[in-house]
Design a protein around this ligand. Structure first.
Ligand SMILES: NC(=O)c1ccc[n+]([C@@H]2O[C@H](COP(=O)([O-])OP(=O)(O)OC[C@H]3O[C@@H](n4cnc5c(N)ncnc54)[C@H](O)[C@@H]3O)[C@@H](O)[C@H]2O)c1
Length: 438
């Protein structure tokens, strides 16, 4: 790596990628795996240097193997001209974080558009999630260039698999953009997903609406879980019974302590504000956001129910990343939970199998343990925040013996309550009956 992407003579369409984060790295690595010579550009020099040394900068299963296995077809650079020289098709994968107002921050996208002005017949393939209407604005600004909206649907933790086996590939083109759309569709054809050909603004809306709908399902099942707690029903049974209805399906009916991550919170907020800015009050999304915020805080109420005031109590958090199989801490529920616990005067200790480095900087004041057992040692209560598979394998008898008080608030309904109770724990999940030891 670091040498010129040598597959340029392979006959496969050269690909340019702009932004080497989660989406950009997976896009670059997967297109290289499909035989394309890829040049990926990022603005962060240390990241590019690390990638050219073969060091993968994020935790994503299967990604490191693809990057090292396709080293001769992958080049990382900070040089925009190098990407422009290499490829006509430029996959834009820069971040679009929320601004203070909750709107999407398009400054990185704007910078790419500025870099491209007057650079010939390139085609911008927009993978970044942008507000509906963004593409049409860019098309008007770059009359010489092509533009294809091709939103990304990968999930962190299974990103490589999702890219290689898409449910659908959405391709939105403007007037006169059919040939560019065909070129992008051709790249995805070997992967076999359903092609959705549409206009640019509808493609942008498909992405925003999909994330908002999934977030809505999560907030819905979380509220059902909260009602289950009141009426004595078991949300696991309720979700199973609901999910068997073909019109509903079983996906995204798992209650927990709220959604986080780099996409759902910001995309739901961006869609709500996009609607508001366009003159429409998106009432449902206000509730989805509010339910999600309250859900993260309910854990504190459960700890208080068992322990009384939390001032001076030692609380262990198991898992910090926003989901398993990633070290991404963006908008993780653990951030809100740790802050709430600290505000109650609790002493917070935490462990995550891979996100410790990312978490340390974001959780000042939280003691970082070297293992789950170390985090539990001396704790008055524990919260399972992220459902890392390795937590299943903990020796719960030993865990109960090292804790000051064996209490587990299972924020993901992930652990086996009977096994924990047999080991001496009091277990409480989300929307299910509490289980006591013995
Ligand atoms: N992460 C996901 O699971 C996911 C899934 C689907 C869609 N998306 C969307 O894809 C986009 C990228 O998300 P991500 O999670 O990969 O972000 P990220 O923050 O991990 O990566 C973005 C990268 O772009 C780089 N960058 C910024 N400006 C640049 C420029 N002018 N030129 C080159 N590089 C530049 C940054 O340094 C960073 O490395 C966002 O719009 C996001 O909403 C993300």
């Amino acid at each position: 790596m670091g040498e010129q992407a040598s597959g340029e003579s392979s006959g496969k369409e050269p690909i340019g990628v702009i932004g080497a984060g989660w989406v950009g790295l997976v896009t670059a690595a997967c297109f290289a795996e499909l035989g394309h010579p890829v040049v990926a550009r990022d603005v962060v020099e240390e990241k590019v240097e690390a990638l050219n040394r073969g060091e993968v900068t994020i935790h994503e299963p299967g990604l490191a193997e693809l990057i090292t296995g396709n080293a001769d077809r992958l080049e990382f650079t900070t040089d925009m001209d190098r990407v422009l020289d290499h490829a006509r098709l430029l996959f834009v994968c820069v971040d679009t974080p929320p601004t203070h107002s909750g709107d999407a921050d398009l400054s990185r996208v704007r910078k790419v558009v500025d870099d491209l002005a007057g650079s010939g017949d390139h085609v911008l393939v927009m993978k970044s999630t942008v507000p509906a209407g963004t593409g049409e604005t860019i098309i008007a600004e770059l009359p010489g260039a092509g533009y294809v909206s091709c939103p990304e649907f990968l999930k962190e933790g299974t990103a490589v698999e999702d890219f290689m086996n898409p449910d659908r590939v959405v391709i939105g083109v403007g007037q006169g953009g059919e040939a560019d759309g065909d070129a992008v569709a051709g790249l995805y054809e070997p992967l076999g997903g359903q092609m959705v050909r549409t206009d640019v603004t509808s493609a942008e809306m498909i992405k925003l609406a999909s994330n908002a709908y999934l977030a809505t399902r999560i907030s819905f099942i979380n509220e059902i879980a909260n009602v289950c707690e009141e009426v004595g029903a078991d949300v696991g049974e309720v979700a199973r019974g609901m999910g068997l209805d073909d019109r509903i399906g079983p996906q995204f009916l798992r209650p927990g302590i709220g959604f986080g991550g780099s996409c759902f919170p910001k995309d739901v907020s961006a869609l709500k504000l996009l609607a508001g800015n366009s003159g429409y009050h998106f009432q449902l999304l206000n509730s989805v956001i509010e339910v999600n915020e309250l859900q993260k805080r309910r854990v504190v109420g459960k700890l208080v129910k068992h322990l009384g005031p939390l001032a001076g109590r030692r609380i262990a958090l198991l898992g910090l990343a926003f989901k398993p199989d990633t070290d991404d801490m963006r908008e993780a529920s653990s951030l809100v939970l740790a802050a709430r616990l600290a505000a109650e005067g609790a002493e917070v200790v935490a462990f995550d199998p891979v996100a410790m480095d990312a978490a340390r900087a974001m959780l000042p004041g939280v003691e970082m343990a070297g293992s789950a057992l170390e985090a539990l040692t001396g704790a008055d209560g524990a919260v399972l925040v992220t459902e890392w598979p390795e937590f299943h394998g903990l020796d719960w008898g030993e865990a109960a013996s090292v804790m000051g008080n064996p209490l587990m608030i299972d924020g993901r309904n992930f652990l086996d309550p009977a096994a924990l109770a047999a080991a001496g724990f009091t277990w409480e999940g989300v929307g299910r009956a509490e289980v006591r030891p013995g």
